[in-house]
Design a protein around this ligand. Structure first.
Ligand code: F3S
Ligand code: F3S
Length: 105
């Protein structure tokens, strides 16, 4: 799977959403999250993020390692809806984004 990391927090550029062929990038309160089971590893989202927030799971920078778990934890209650557009924005986040101070961009 691919993982969205800290640079997305409080920016939510959303260019990535347009690229995903399986609509598996979900909008939380302060960032977006990639569904680890729905992502088909196509990689189309990664180059379009203007702040390089998206990484293949094996390439997530060490300082953002907790975001790999965040992209799993976000879906604890949601399960696998099979498409982000029908779900819409979910005004909720998980750690570490949840407790992160406001980010300037
Ligand atoms: Fe976030 Fe980058 Fe997508 S800022 S919303 S991961 S394009
Ligand atoms: Fe979609 Fe990116 Fe995965 S475009 S399929 S979330 S690698």
């Amino acid at each position: 799977t691919y993982v969205i990391a800290e640079p997305c927090v409080d920016l939510l550029d959303k260019a990535c959403i347009e690229e995903c062929p399986v609509d598996c990038i979900y909008e939380g309160g302060r960032m977006l999250y990639i569904h680890p089971d729905e992502c088909v590893d196509c990689g189309a989202c990664e180059p379009v993020c203007p702040v390089e927030a998206i990484y293949y799971e094996d390439d997530v920078p060490e300082q953002w390692a907790a975001y790999t778990k965040a992209n799993v934890d976000f879906f604890d209650e949601l399960g696998s809806p099979g498409g982000a557009s029908k779900v819409g924005k979910i005004n909720r986040d998980v750690e570490p984004a949840l407790s992160l101070p406001p980010q300037q961009h």
